[in-house]
Design a protein around this ligand. Structure first.
Ligand code: PHE
Length: 380
């Protein structure tokens, strides 16, 4: 199918050149944008959401005539939530498809795997949602449209002492995830610097099913709260087992908690707990409201989550940079992305700083009556 299509496009442009000197090539004349996402596997909701947001942006841009006179062509690779796959995916997007830029990933470990390849090939990469500080440190072609975990870890530390009034906090880290390890580190530094005490510190491996050992140790240490910088699927199981063990203290974490699956798996065991994330739909700007409406219409009434909004913004920021650069040439496009300032994104206003990170507010959500409920905003 693919090679047949390619043959047709080649034949068409060949005929075009032969017959009409001024004729512009048609179907092949697109701007190719690559995307890699976990569409299947353990964190499939992350990739599915970010992909849907990205796709919606591309469809809207194309419906409005495209960018610098060309339609965008989104080429998406599924990395299956598996280590090793992000490298394959971006390698293929760059060398086989010839994309001008790459959007992805949500999870920091997978962005960290792909970033050096994009950097080496001088293909700009924009992560929608990877918050680990080291992601954009991979080089000057690597960007993100979200805040990083130095900011998020600090906000969580202030939340623990300020809102939860916690003096001693236990920390439970997923050692398989760069996101979890980084956020734990940034939280602990800030929390102890402001006089808080870190109680027991325990590890798990994302995908584990039994957390009773760690939770029993936490229970005997008697902390005021548990900091759990994990992803929703593990978080839900941990909250269920904490409840079974009678651990009735607040459990809180970061943006990795955000998925509807947290509620469907965790049910009443996640009730009352808190997490920080990128935006709260009910606190929306007009851009956010337009996005939610368009997303619901496009995806059968589904409510978008943070990854969807950020996936959308990653594509919109790229399109805006292509317009300003008026070219897709790599160095010029890189500079234009780096110059992103006061861009009215659906997730908020996006300005990229000298570290290529977005400087943005964060929100706290509490799970109340089985729903994600907006609690507070923390400005940078
Ligand atoms: N920030 C997480 C990471 O870096 C990914 C994530 C973003 C998860 C937004 C959920 C929501 O791995």
């Amino acid at each position: 199918m693919k090679s047949f299509h390619h043959f047709l496009a080649t034949a068409a442009s060949f005929l075009c050149v032969l017959s009409l000197p001024s004729c512009k090539s048609g179907a092949g004349d697109t701007i190719k944008v690559g995307e890699f996402a976990s569409l299947t596997g353990k964190e499939a909701t992350f990739g599915t959401s970010s992909h849907e947001g990205t796709l919606l942006a591309v469809e809207q841009l194309n419906a409005a005539g495209g960018v610098i006179g060309k339609k965008l062509e989104l080429i998406t690779e599924d990395d299956q939530t598996k280590a090793g796959e992000p490298a394959n995916a971006v390698g293929k997007l760059i060398s086989k498809d010839g994309v001008v830029a790459i959007l992805g990933e949500v999870a920091s470990s997978r962005s960290l795997e792909a970033a050096p390849i994009c950097q080496e090939n001088k293909i700009p990469m924009i992560s929608p949602a990877s918050t680990n500080p080291t992601v954009t440190q991979k080089g000057d072609y690597i960007f993100r449209v979200c805040f990083n975990d130095i900011f998020q870890g600090g906000a969580l530390a202030n939340f623990a002492s300020g809102t939860l009034k916690a003096k001693k906090v236990a920390v439970l880290t997923d050692v398989k995830s760069d996101y979890s390890k980084g956020l734990a580190k940034n939280f602990k530094e800030k929390f102890t610097a402001s006089g808080g005490q870190v109680g027991v510190e325990l590890d798990f491996n994302g995908g584990d099913k039994d957390f009773k050992g760690q939770l029993t140790a936490i229970k005997s240490d008697a902390p005021d709260a548990i900091f759990l910088p994990g992803y929703y699927n593990d978080v839900a199981l941990i909250c269920i087992q904490a409840k079974q063990l009678g651990l009735n203290i607040p459990i809180f974490g970061g943006d990795g908690w955000e998925s509807e699956s947290l509620l469907t798996i965790g049910k009443d065991a996640v009730e009352g707990h808190y997490f920080s994330t990128h935006c709260a739909p009910d606190q929306g700007t007009p851009e956010m409201k337009n996005f939610i409406e368009a997303y619901k219409k496009r995806f059968n009434g589904k409510t978008p989550d943070a990854m969807a909004v950020l996936g959308y913004d990653s594509a919109m920021v790229l399109a805006d940079a292509i317009k300003r650069a008026n070219t897709t040439e790599s160095a010029a496009l890189r500079s234009a992305i780096a110059a992103t300032k006061d861009f009215a994104g659906a997730s908020g206003t996006i300005t990229l700083n000298a570290d290529r990170d977005a400087v943005k507010a964060l929100v706290f959500i509490q799970i109340k009556d089985g729903k994600f409920t907006y609690s507070t905003t923390v400005n940078p």
